[in-house]
Write a protein that binds this ligand. Structure first.
Ligand SMILES: [Zn+2]
Length: 200
């Protein structure tokens, strides 16, 4: 079992703290969901080097050998979701969409459509929409992007660590398996990212 200290760091012998304040952007007031990513880098060190510059990042990083690093406080917001949210009602159950509104948006050109859908989705509360940076934690798995559709296979040790980490976070934030997403599910990313991640 793990605990969370006053700084928002997960305390467990399974977690190494490697906090980068450069990737923390203000307070994260609630955690409603988890988003699983792959780094597109060959080692954890490559990602740490990138984190030294102020910018995007996630709360955890799992190395290929299964070592779990916590890279940002659970009380701080990280930019890991990306610019535009996909529509959850369109992906999951079209009958739950506000049809006239969606029809107006779908009549737009693709670029305008992505922006309008994002604005529309942000008017909803989670879980009616996908999670955003403001209400989710990001978990990165080390792994390279191979081609248009594929990333390196997530290793068995990474998946074992991911399962452990996710179950600890379920307990700390009262989440369920329905609150865990892969990055391409919720925003516009290469479809292969984290596709071989298994947490159940
Ligand atoms: Zn990602």
């Amino acid at each position: 079992m793990s605990s969370v200290d006053s700084e928002g760091m997960l305390i467990s012998e399974r977690v190494e703290h490697r906090r980068f304040r450069t990737i923390e952007h203000g307070d994260l007031r609630s955690v409603r969901a988890l988003v699983v990513h792959q780094t597109d880098a060959p080692t954890a060190q490559h990602t740490f080097n990138g984190y030294l510059a102020k910018g995007s990042g996630a709360h955890f990083l799992i190395e290929k050998n299964g070592v779990i690093y916590q890279t940002a406080s659970l009380k701080k917001r990280c930019y890991h979701v990306g610019r535009y949210l996909r529509s959850k009602c369109l992906a999951v159950d079209k009958t739950t969409c506000d049809t006239p509104q969606i029809q107006t948006i779908q009549a737009l050109t693709w670029t305008l459509q992505i922006r309008a859908l994002d604005r529309y989705e942000r008017t909803k509360d989670y879980p009616e929409r996908y999670p955003m940076n403001a209400d989710s934690l990001g978990i990165e798995l080390v792994g390279k992007h191979l081609d248009a559709a594929r990333y390196e296979e997530v290793t068995a040790m990474q998946n074992e660590s991911l399962r452990w980490l996710v179950s600890e976070l379920y307990g700390h934030f009262r989440l369920t398996p329905a609150d865990v997403y892969t990055h391409p599910q919720i925003s516009y990313k290469h479809p292969g990212e984290a596709s071989s991640a298994v947490w159940q």
